[in-house]
Ligand binder design. Sequence first.
Ligand SMILES: *Cc1c(COP(=O)(O)O)cnc(C)c1O
Length: 359
Amino acid sequence: MSRYWSDIVHRLTPYVPGEQPVIAHPVKLNTNENPYPPSPRVREAIQQELGDAGESLRSYPDPTARKLRETVAAYHGIRPEQVFAGNGSDEVLALTFQALLKHDKPLLFPDITYSFYPTYARLFEVDYRTIALDDSFAIHVDDYTAPNGGVLFPNPNAPTGRPLPLADIERLVAKNTESVVVIDEAYVDFGAESAVTLIDRYPNLLVIHTVSKSRSLAGMRVGFAFGNPELIDALNRVKDSFNSYPLDRLAQVAAIAAYEDDAWFRDTCTKVIASRERLAAGLTALGFEVVPSAANLLFARHEGYDAATLVARLREKEIFVRHFKAARIDQHLRISIGTDAECDILLDALRDIFSAYVG
Ligand SMILES: *Cc1c(COP(=O)(O)O)cnc(C)c1O
């Protein structure tokens, strides 16, 4: 606290990202990073952009990331004017709150969802109301009919991994014509249906993607919004009132290379999905209740063991998983999908902890 702080800083509750441990070889299953490296073409593209002496870094990057937007538009069969590129999808979300979700009526999002949403709402002074998920953590789109200044949720949802069928999203978007529906598809490539195919038909739909999870590029900070050119224009106006160059040169070429190597991308997703099903079976065999997931994470609880205690015991073994001290989910663990070897280390550690457990 300081008297120099602005009012808004006094009132903030900042988002707390998962721990980035500084030890040599953690089993890191707490921030939904991809366990596999990006396409080798990414490294080549970065080296080529850099040149022998790094001379390209003298000059500013393309402020509109034109080539990247063209590449991603072609990938999805849409037009570059329907694509916005930003510094990670968190930044794209922040710009979306300011450009499209701040209105007289409250923004609606689920009570259990990506915990950055309420943080942004407070930072940008966006009034919001939460809508309860059902007891199996499912979203029911017919619960989102109140007059609103926007609707926002991830598909699959975070931190549960539970997907929603595309038909439900289309029904919501078709009904909710007075405000923008934002679908955050950070995990869509691991088994859910993308709503990008709907943007030509619905001018009130904005879909958000990231290269952080399925394309193994969390370290580059690249995210996108897809939607009607009028929505994209709003994002560009806010961006150009804040930071004209959100994507550096290396991030732009890296992301282009990642989209150009589709075989690598699909192979990586296939491996993660197979490991997810294998880990889900392993956890179930240990007595966990596992939420059906279409993401690169599992959300699971065990009746017999306190979640916070499990997290602490795993941490002693240098295994990191995520736990949220929030209503309804404080007995759940969120476990990112690692390699099969990492998942086995986790299962063995849980078996050890259970056999020695004193609550
Ligand atoms: C990881 C995640 C993001 C943020 O992704 P970045 O592109 O790395 O900023 C956004 N939304 C959800 C639901 C996420 O899980």
